[in-house]
Ligand binder design. Structure first.
Ligand SMILES: NC(=O)c1ccc[n+]([C@@H]2O[C@H](COP(=O)([O-])OP(=O)(O)OC[C@H]3O[C@@H](n4cnc5c(N)ncnc54)[C@H](O)[C@@H]3O)[C@@H](O)[C@H]2O)c1
Length: 324
């Protein structure tokens, strides 16, 4: 297939691009590098340096695209509460421009990077896809809004759409001399922060709250290795059929506490890794774990790198080769 990958210079989009190329697809990356890295771009893909708002310049009816995988987004929940207008403009207005271009170009398949943030504070864990959607931040709200736009698009215009709701993505892609890992600035994710502390680039790791109703008192989250996540996108492309909007959670179904992350990071790095217990953050639920049963049953997806040792080990190998 000929595929347009938005956000293909980012952490997840650049790994998925490589798997798509390995599978024999032709890939054009649309990414204006606002948070991505040129070094992460796959050399075999064509790169168009433009914002998604201008998708129609690439996604023309003549270009013959079969599908779109849409990763480009602003992703910081905290920032989305102080600059919500930025998030609505990129994640909703930009995404609608892309969808409009896809419609005009006759694209049949559309895969969207959605998020666990659409659920907010869940009433039940593991969280199934049909749980109530009550995002507690603007980031989650913008992702939910576009999910809803996709539902009506598939119904009215016979698009085949799949939304993949990722939980916490971790680990790195290390193959054939290529290393791709997490490099967000500012970094807000606990594993790369733990590695920065281990490498002596930060003084300490803050644990926000240790009095939650969890086995060790710290928050429990679901982590998924970026390679496992990437493989699900190829399965989703096959599963996208006209007139249907399919939605899948992607997580391990097993939660790890923040303390378990710290212990595993100490084990992998051999560093002492100083920790400070800080007050709880507003809106942080005690436990967020996915039910990924639907992805297993309907996509045949099975995570292969499900342990913290796998995820943190690969993230550390990436960190040492590229960042430290
Ligand atoms: N990282 C996670 O743990 C996680 C969890 C849930 C969902 N997601 C979703 O996965 C997707 C990818 O996340 P990531 O961690 O790879 O982020 P990232 O910041 O590494 O990648 C995003 C890419 O999109 C590009 N981009 C952003 N806005 C753009 C625009 N308007 N026009 C063109 N390009 C633009 C950036 O330059 C960057 O290369 C996002 O949609 C995010 O919401 C990520």
């Amino acid at each position: 297939m000929k595929l347009l990958v938005t956000g293909g210079a980012g952490y997840i989009g650049s790994v998925v691009t490589r798997l798509l190329l390995d599978a024999g697809h032709e890939v054009v990356v649309l990414d204006d590098l606002r948070t991505g890295h040129a070094v992460a771009l796959a050399p075999e893909a064509t790169h168009v340096n433009a914002p998604i708002h201008e998708a129609a310049t690439v996604l023309t009816p003549e270009a013959g695209f079969d599908g779109v995988l849409h990763f480009a987004s602003l992703i910081q929940a905290g920032e989305s509460m102080v600059k919500p207008e930025k998030y609505w403009e990129v994640n909703v207005v930009g995404s609608l421009r892309l969808l409009e271009a896809a419609r005009a170009a006759g694209v049949r398949k559309f895969i969207f990077s959605s998020t666990a943030a659409v659920y907010g504070n869940p009433a039940e864990v593991p969280i199934p896809e049909d749980a109530a959607k009550q995002p507690t931040n603007t980031y989650g709200a913008t992702k939910l809004a576009f999910d809803m736009a996709l539902t009506s698009e598939t119904f009215a215009h016979r698009l085949g759409a799949v939304s993949l709701r990722y939980f916490n993505v971790a680990g790195a892609y290390l193959r054939d001399g290529v290393a791709i890992g997490e490099r967000h600035d500012p970094e807000t994710h606990i594993i790369p922060i733990a590695l920065q502390v281990a490498a002596g680039k930060r003084d300490k790791l803050q644990l926000f709250g240790d009095d939650y109703p969890t086995p060790d008192g710290t928050c429990v989250r679901d982590y998924i290795h970026v390679e496992d996540l990437a493989r699900a996108h190829l399965l989703a492309l096959d599963a996208a059929v006209p007139g249907e909007h399919k939605i899948f959670n992607l997580g391990n179904g097993t939660g790890f506490s923040n303390r378990e992350i710290v212990d595993a990071a100490r084990e992998v790095t051999g560093a002492e890794l100083p920790v400070e217990v800080a007050p709880r953050r507003d809106g942080d639920p005690a436990i967020l774990v996915a039910s990924s049963q639907r992805a297993r049953d309907e996509l045949g997806w099975v995570p292969q790198k499900a342990t913290l040792a796998d995820m943190i080990g690969d993230a550390w190998a990436f960190y040492r080769s590229h960042v430290a």
